[in-house]
Design a protein around this ligand. Structure first.
Ligand SMILES: Cc1cc2nc3c(=O)[nH]c(=O)nc-3n(C[C@H](O)[C@H](O)[C@H](O)COP(=O)(O)OP(=O)(O)OC[C@H]3O[C@@H](n4cnc5c(N)ncnc54)[C@H](O)[C@@H]3O)c2cc1C
Length: 330
């Protein structure tokens, strides 16, 4: 199907807002990325599912995005269909909260802490929506969203299904949903049910406020970035030769911070064009103004090369690329 035909088909779906040549820079926190040929968004679950069906049947490349806080979109844009789901209803009963995938994760964190529901308070300040947090098994300060997921409702291309926690196949920053995407199957997360422990609302809110203050210093709200660029490393995957320099105090929960290796190879403060590594955290790259996605890719490639050459380690990106298909792997 041509882009024009796909546009006509999507535009006929009720409650779906469809635009042509929508700049992805408007939908990514890096503020980078050229136009998506077709951009479709909706707050209605039926329209989200119908859009995905139509996108699949079009034979064109297609993908789902959330709030764009973990995405690097190519300067040339994306020659296909981008779908965004904004459904953001939440409902609570006892220790259980159900949230639609488009709910801001922060709203779920604030709501649960305020209701005295313990489990997500350490995840305050992680930007993005609930669907993407489940997809990437987001986490911070020793908590991952997988710790509280009861069930996830998702659309696998044929039908709406439900996966329990085990069925989500969670791993570090990974899930069955992310793997489906990497394998080209694009399962859509529609909503999720979270199960909490009883707690004290004031204590949970105070804990969250303390964490938020630290996070806001590290990632000021206006910073055009994606948090950490690279995943931390499982100690077991670090070659013996690279372990020699490592102090045991660096290892937390069986993982070594990628930032430590990056710091040893002089990453802090490095810049290519408008893209910089912060002076205080070697795994945080940001668009200081006027940067391009090509510069960001180049800087990421340079950092990977340095760590590979010095330690024999392949750093793996936590961020997701959009529109770089066909370009050589970094
Ligand atoms: C300042 C800052 C700090 C950060 N700190 C952390 C942190 O501490 N811990 C952490 O884990 N992450 C962190 N991140 C990364 C980011 O917040 C998470 O990856 C977040 O979950 C991305 O959410 P999003 O809505 O922006 O998703 P996007 O970046 O838009 O998309 C991410 C992926 O999710 C998929 N996706 C989105 N919605 C759906 C859906 N409904 N169904 C299926 N797939 C979907 C997309 O296809 C895409 O591949 C940080 C980012 C920033 C900018």
């Amino acid at each position: 199907m041509s882009i024009d035909q796909a546009h006509t088909r999507l535009a006929a779906i009720a409650s779906l807002q469809v635009t042509r040549n929508e700049p992805l820079a408007r939908h990514t926190r890096f503020g980078l990325g050229g136009p998506a040929s077709i951009f479709a968004r909706t707050g209605k679950e039926e329209a989200f599912v119908a859009a995905a069906r139509a996108a699949r049947e079009s034979g064109l490349p297609w993908m789902v995005i959330g709030l764009g806080t973990n995405l690097v979109a190519a300067d040339a844009g994306y020659g296909g269909i981008v779908i965004r789901y904004d459904g953001a209803a939440m409902e609570a009963s006892g220790l259980v909260v159900r949230a639609q995938a488009g709910t801001a994760l922060q709203d779920l964190v604030d709501f649960s802490a305020g209701e005295g529901l313990q489990g997500l308070e350490s995840m305050t300040g992680i930007p993005g929506n609930v669907g993407a947090a489940v997809y990437g098994n987001a986490g911070a300060y020793g908590t991952s969203i997988s710790d509280v997921v009861g069930f996830v409702r998702y659309f696998d291309g044929d039908a709406i299904r439900e996966a329990d926690n085990a069925g989500c196949g969670f791993r570090y920053r990974d899930s069955v949903f992310k793997r489906s995407h990497l394998e080209g199957r694009h399962w859509l997360i529609l909503s999720a049910e979270f199960r909490f422990q009883p707690g004290d609302a004031e204590a949970l809110q105070a804990k969250a406020a303390g964490i938020l203050e630290i996070r806001n210093r590290k990632y000021p709200p206006e910073m055009k970035c994606a948090g950490s660029i690279f995943k931390n490393l499982l100690l077991a995957a670090v070659p013996e030769s690279a372990r020699a320099d490592l102090s045991t105090s660096l290892v937390k929960g069986g993982k070594v911070p990628a930032a430590w290796f990056l710091e040893q190879v002089g990453a802090k403060g490095l810049a290519i064009g408008g893209i910089r590594v912060t002076d205080y955290h070697a795994n945080t790259l940001y668009n200081a103004g006027g940067g391009t996605a090509a510069q960001l890719r180049e800087l990421i490639g340079e950092l990977k090369r340095r760590v590979r050459e010095r330690y024999g380690l392949i750093l793996e990106e936590e961020i997701q690329y959009v529109g770089f298909e066909g370009e050589p792997r970094l």
